[in-house]
Design a protein around this ligand. Structure first.
Ligand code: AMP
Length: 114
């Protein structure tokens, strides 16, 4: 989508700090990190959130989870624990309507989240 900031990042039209890319997803550093490690794992296919998800997206979302574990492990942050977060809708804190999963690590994470 032309007006989607994450689609534009994926196309290289907007700069980002990319830490991982394959055929299905990219992972970038969040521009406003909420933890020492704050990555966004973003499917290359555009869909807004869980409510917009189709059967064809399932494999990609599963792939995101596996790669998130790999990225945390590579950074030595898996043993200390890390969190994956995905917001659905403005009331839940979603500000970019292209599905993405936050990977947060490197500090103590409170539960429940605010
Ligand atoms: P959410 O609020 O769950 O939709 O998450 C959107 C995230 O995207 C926020 O954590 C923002 O800081 C992040 N973000 C917005 N624009 C950019 C950008 N150009 N590069 C990297 N991260 C961004």
């Amino acid at each position: 989508m032309n007006d989607c900031i994450f689609c534009r990042i994926i196309k290289g039209e907007i700069p980002s700090k990319k830490v991982y890319e394959d055929d299905l997803i990219v992972a970038i550093e969040d521009i406003a990190p909420k933890a020492p490690l704050h990555l966004l794992l973003i499917p290359k296919q555009h869909f807004s959130n869980c409510l917009d998800m189709q059967k064809q997206h399932e494999a990609t979302v599963g792939h995101v989870f596996r790669i998130a574990g790999k990225l945390a492990t590579e950074r030595g942050l898996s043993e200390g624990g890390f969190r994956l977060v995905q917001n659905n809708g403005e009331a839940a804190g979603q500000s970019v309507f292209h599905l993405h999963i936050h990977l947060l690590a490197g500090r103590e994470l409170q539960w429940p989240p605010g």
